[in-house]
Design a protein around this ligand. Structure first.
Ligand SMILES: [Mg+2]
Length: 387
């Protein structure tokens, strides 16, 4: 970091844990209905409808089924699978139990979804020096408290590595990446495993001959920035194991968002703008209720083929009203293939709230003009919290 010393203690090696429940929704179903144990269980949309797989058991995965896949395709791959509607209330209550366990160790907990969270345990409430030990304890407590659900953990010195590590040895795995292991670990990592690399970016990387972390490291910074814009910086850094993003608890980082899935795909842009306008009004109301102003607007578009993209813009003037949101959303929409491609879902969210001093600081680090700020693909997506 050079002479610019961080005010958040980044000069110290951090201890970050990423916890991820194993096949969460499906495991809850198998727990509550023991007759489903050992069977391919798929939680999500109706296999005869347009829904998608929200989660599936490990038995279902052996048929090539994965989350976000259309339920109809999952059905074709495994007609004897058991399809269940999600029971979000149950999942939420398990999620709350798990969060309580996290908070026994630290208040720096950043949930990514109901079943996933980052924990910063550099300084923890129990004064435990070993993050690995903490991770092991947490997994045991989760198992006991949730009556048999399992989770995996990644332990490292930043979010990027912890997140990848938790996925490395699933289910019930703990993977530790120390500063000494990091270079080796990243060098061998297939590029699609990189946090923030979606299908589109993976394709781009492959055309550049980038297949592993080692390949990525060989590309110079300017070239990466030319190709990936602002994300180029991110890729340059993570190839070297550098990721200073702090673990941000919900009380610091939040977004307000709304989205709509259509009964039938649409390709009429006027209709899209109408719907986005309605979503923006809802967001304006929510912003008012919370007394918040945000500086980042994000448009989410899911195309007919389930490809999902986001476009974001960060602006100088905090946003409070639907008309302003729509002004930017319109420009963002023009920066997508919506209309040329049919669309099945549209979403709008506002984030980067200015009521916390650190958010303001973050905004100052991004003083780019509107057009240069538009960013795309899964990196943006992965950084956005949806409601
Ligand atoms: Mg999970």
């Amino acid at each position: 970091m050079g002479p610019k010393r961080s005010c958040r203690g980044m000069d110290k090696i951090r201890k970050i844990i990423h916890i991820d429940m194993d096949a969460f929704y499906a495991s809850v179903e198998q727990r509550d209905r023991p007759e489903l144990k050992g069977k391919p269980v798929i939680v999500g949309g109706d296999p005869n409808g347009r829904g998608v797989v929200a989660a599936c058991s490990y038995e279902a995965r052996t048929f090539g089924i994965h989350s976000a896949m259309a339920s109809s395709i999952a059905y074709k791959r495994c007609p004897h699978a058991i399809f269940l509607k999600p029971r979000f209330d149950t999942y939420k209550s398990v999620s709350a139990d798990i969060r309580e366990i996290f908070c026994e160790y630290t208040d720096l907990v950043e949930p990514l979804s109901l079943d996933e969270a980052f924990l910063d345990v550099t300084q923890n409430k129990k004064g435990m020096p070993s993050a690995t030990r903490i991770a092991r304890e947490i997994l045991e407590k989760i198992y006991d408290k949730s009556r048999g659900l399992t989770a995996s953990a990644g332990v490292s010195f930043n979010k990027f590595l912890a997140k990848i590590a938790s996925d490395f040895n699933k289910p019930r795995g703990i993977t530790v990446v120390t500063p000494d292991d990091a270079a080796d670990f990243i060098d061998r990592l297939p590029i699609r495993k990189f946090f923030g690399v979606g299908k589109v970016t993976e394709g781009k990387m492959h055309t550049l001959g980038i297949k592993t972390g080692d390949d990525l490291k060989k590309i110079d910074k300017e070239k990466l920035i030319n190709i990936f814009g602002k994300n180029g910086h991110y890729f340059y850094n993570i190839a070297r194991g550098i990721d200073h993003r702090p673990v941000e608890p919900e009380w610091i980082r939040k977004s307000i968002g709304k989205e709509t899935t259509f009964r039938e795909d649409i390709d009429d842009k006027t209709q899209m703008l109408e719907i986005l306008g309605q979503l923006s009004v809802k967001i304006e109301n929510l912003l008012k209720i919370d007394g918040r102003k945000g500086t980042t607007i994000t448009l989410k578009v899911k195309y007919f083929d389930f490809q999902c993209i986001t476009r974001s813009v960060t602006v100088r003037e905090p946003i409070v009203d639907a008309d302003t949101i729509m002004r930017y959303i319109q420009a963002l929409l023009d920066n997508t293939e919506a209309g040329m491609k049919k669309v099945r879902l549209l979403g709008v969210s506002v984030s980067n709230f200015i009521d916390a001093s650190r958010t303001v600081k973050k905004y100052r680090q991004l003083p780019l003009p509107f057009s240069a700020e538009i960013r795309s693909d899964s990196l943006a997506r992965s950084l956005i919290v949806e409601d």
